[in-house]
Design a binder for this molecule. Structure first.
Ligand SMILES: Nc1ncnc2c1ncn2[C@@H]1O[C@H](COP(=O)(O)OP(=O)(O)OP(=O)(O)O)[C@@H](O)[C@H]1O
Length: 334
């Protein structure tokens, strides 16, 4: 096995411990990264990123497709060797000693890594074997996971017969069977319906409540609100980081007007050309207009102007969402 491309689950053994955070800064951090860089040929996928993830937090790593999230996780889990930079995970140098870290972390990928032809219980048993759990440890964890994931009564169902939401819970159970201190989740809610996504986040809170640090990537911007801290990655670079409220106050000095109208398409074309608006876009079922700090445009004025243009609408001032901030940051990068 090469150092460059270790298997995602290589070198894993069991370890049961739960550490309380200490006062020293370095030991308070589950992840500490400086200048981490990865190139593939001439292409720089991750470009000198810095990250600090305090222990016990839910850390959201956000970015569009292809921005470098998975590549970063692969380096932080000791599966991919960086070109440059330093990465400490749970206090260990993960580049030099990936084996010291891998036994203490969990990883749940987008693809879930479950065996379709095995039952729920057999999948859990398999991962208990990967992590070398004793029968007693497995029995305890199996009971906890079936309860936590609400899978009691489904132990003997074939995994292939489970809905995506149930599989996702089972995958979370499998990824945490060895009680990791730090769990990496790469787009765990991708392709899952909104109700199942909400239920899945409740499970993540449950884990966070037990002291597990969670490093979660997502491109669903509404999920940012579930996180204690966030970092945005775009084209391999971190373009913003902080708590959701810090991100709003640090990186966004504009105002948002929400527009509800029957003809989004026509209103959007009009807004894109309108004075006093820097950007307009559709978010869910309604439109949003970004008003720069230099513009005095108010909701009532915009509503009147839209009516005059033959586009009746209801306009109201609203707080910037994380998605608004991110879209504006990305627009500035272009
Ligand atoms: N082994 C590789 N060889 C060449 N290019 C790669 C390799 N792995 C990733 N890349 C490229 O690096 C960039 C970042 O990919 P990465 O998978 O980290 O992005 P991502 O943010 O996780 O996006 P996605 O959600 O689509 O997986 C992409 O342009 C991708 O094509």
């Amino acid at each position: 096995m090469s150092n460059e491309e270790r298997t995602e689950r290589g070198g894993l053994t069991s370890r049961f411990r739960r550490e309380a955070p200490t006062t020293a800064t370095e030991s308070e951090l589950a992840i500490s990264v400086h200048g981490l860089t990865k190139t593939f040929g001439d292409f720089t996928a991750v470009d000198g990123i810095d990250l600090d993830v305090p222990r016990g937090q839910v850390f959201g790593f956000l970015g569009p497709n292809g921005s470098g999230k998975t590549t970063t996780i692969r380096m932080l889990t000791g599966n991919l060797r960086p070109k440059a930079g330093r990465a400490r995970v749970l206090g260990e140098d993960v580049i030099r000693h990936p084996d010291r870290v891998q036994r203490r972390i969990g990883y749940m990928s987008q693809k879930f890594s479950l065996f379709e032809d095995m039952t729920v219980a057999e999948n859990l048993k398999f991962y208990a074997g990967v992590y070398d759990l004793t029968d007693e440890q497995f029995a305890r964890q199996r009971e906890y996971i079936l309860e936590m994931a609400d899978l009691n009564g489904r132990e003997h169902e074939l995994t292939r017969n489970l809905s995506v939401g149930w599989r996702q819970r089972l995958a979370l159970g499998a990824a945490t069977i060895h009680e990791p201190e730090l769990l990496f989740l790469d787009e765990p809610t991708s392709g899952v319906d909104p109700v199942a996504r909400r239920q899945f986040w409740d499970l993540l809170y449950e884990l966070a409540g037990r002291g597990v640090t969670l490093f979660v990537t997502t491109h669903y911007m509404d999920e940012a609100a579930h996180c204690n801290r966030l970092a945005f990655i775009y084209r391999g670079r971190i373009i913003a980081s902080g708590s959701p409220s810090e991100i709003r106050s640090t990186y966004f000095d504009q105002r948002i007007l929400a527009i509800s109208t029957a003809d989004n398409e026509a209103a959007l074309s009009w807004l894109e050309q309108a004075d006093g608006i820097s950007e307009a876009y559709l978010a869910g079922a309604s439109l949003r207009a970004v008003v720069p700090a230099t513009s005095t445009l108010q909701a009532a004025q915009l509503q009147a102007r839209l009516a005059t243009a033959g586009l009746p609408a209801t306009v109201s001032a609203t707080e910037a969402s994380i998605e608004d901030v991110f879209l504006s940051l990305v627009a500035r990068q272009r």
